[in-house]
Ligand binder design. Structure first.
Ligand code: NDP
Length: 316
């Protein structure tokens, strides 16, 4: 009798989409029950980024073959260590581009036009005492995008429709876009008055947006972060918002989410979201399906569908 391969679930990974489809072929092991199973039966991990998939966890699973990450960002998976062990890592690119770009434009407009503050103004009855004060505009602004990958391009396309000029900073210029490329982030920040952050997280991008970048963005500057909290120096951002050395910020992500520094709550120049960039039924289902399809394709011997750059397929 052959033992069914086990898939370790590091947290709730779209129960209805992922768990239902995998349950017929695999033994599903929630991470809390890992101690109850023979670790050598675990051949796959489906993960959602709450628990780190690090070298030690992979080391403890001698027959691990694939880590299928729910989300395009996989900064909680040690993909380099996986590559060294011959373990393939997959993520969920593209299926969330338009959703995250929609949310980014919504957050940008909410921040510039103070939509949550204006909503509060109506609810509190303040309108009865006078009109809402005039505020800042998206007109006359240039948006600098930090990151011009799959999602950055979807954001840029939307900004074009808003008649807003776009420039960007990445390490290498993108061959397929006509926007001006800045080799220096600080120089771009000096030239723009909106900075939209949409790069991967992890050590390579930690605190890319630091006090110098915020100072360069200047007193009319607006920061929108939909990438990872770690990309922005949160203390420097709080200081800049409090001193009004930048105008405002719209944040979907935080350094130690869901712990948001309470100092943000007292500021009237921030819009705060609970990491909802891709959080719709439609897009989360598509992401869950891609988590499943990567695992099924792998165990059908057809290789991974969307391997990450650290674990290329076919293997070089
Ligand atoms: P891509 O890999 O397609 O694009 C990443 C972009 O970032 C590339 O243009 C890359 O260019 C640039 N980049 C990477 N490292 C650096 C660096 N050190 N300095 C400057 N630029 C850099 O990723 P996606 O667009 O698919 O996704 C981007 C990220 O968005 C995800 O990794 C995830 O963390 C985040 N995200 C957040 C969501 C949310 O809910 N808020 C939802 C989905 C994604 P180059 O390599 O040339 O530097």
């Amino acid at each position: 009798e052959t033992v069914r391969p086990a898939v370790l679930l590091t947290g709730p990974v779209m129960e209805d989409v992922v768990e239902r489809q995998l349950a017929s072929r695999f033994t599903l092991v929630p991470i809390e029950r890992l101690a109850d199973v023979n670790p050598s039966t675990v051949q796959a991990i489906a993960t959602r980024g709450k628990v780190r998939v690090d070298a030690a966890l992979m080391e403890s699973l001698p027959n691990l073959q694939i880590v299928s990450n729910f989300g395009v960002g996989y900064d909680t998976v040690d993909a380099a260590a996986a590559g060294q062990r011959g373990v393939v890592v997959t993520n969920t690119p593209d299926v969330l581009n338009e959703e995250v770009a929609d949310l980014t434009l919504g957050l940008l407009l909410a921040t510039v036009r103070q939509i949550p503050q204006a909503d509060q103004f109506v609810r509190s009855g303040a309108w009865l005492k006078g009109a809402y004060p005039l505020g800042p505009t998206l007109r006359d602004r240039t948006v600098g995008i930090l990151g011009m990958g799959r999602i950055g391009k979807a954001i840029a396309r939307r900004l074009e429709a808003f008649s807003v000029p776009v420039v960007y900073h990445t390490r290498r210029p993108q061959p397929d876009v006509a926007y001006r490329h800045y080799p220096s982030l600080v120089e771009m920040a000096r030239d723009v008055d909106v900075l939209v952050v949409i790069v991967p997280g992890g050590p390579a991008t930690r605190h890319l947006v630091n006090a110098d970048v915020l100072a360069a963005l200047g007193p009319n500057g607006i920061l929108v972060n939909v990438a990872r909290g770690t990309v922005v120096d949160e203390d420097a951002l709080l200081a800049a918002l409090e001193a009004r050395t930048i105008l405002a910020a719209g944040l979907d992500v935080f350094e130690e989410e869901p712990n948001v520094p309470p100092a943000f709550f007292g500021l009237d120049n921030v819009v705060l979201l609970p990491h909802v960039g891709s959080a719709t039924h439609y897009t989360r289902a598509a992401m869950g399906q891609l988590v499943v399809d990567n695992i099924l394709s792998w165990f059908d011997g057809k290789g991974p569908l969307t391997p990450v750059v650290e674990t290329p397929w076919p293997r070089p």
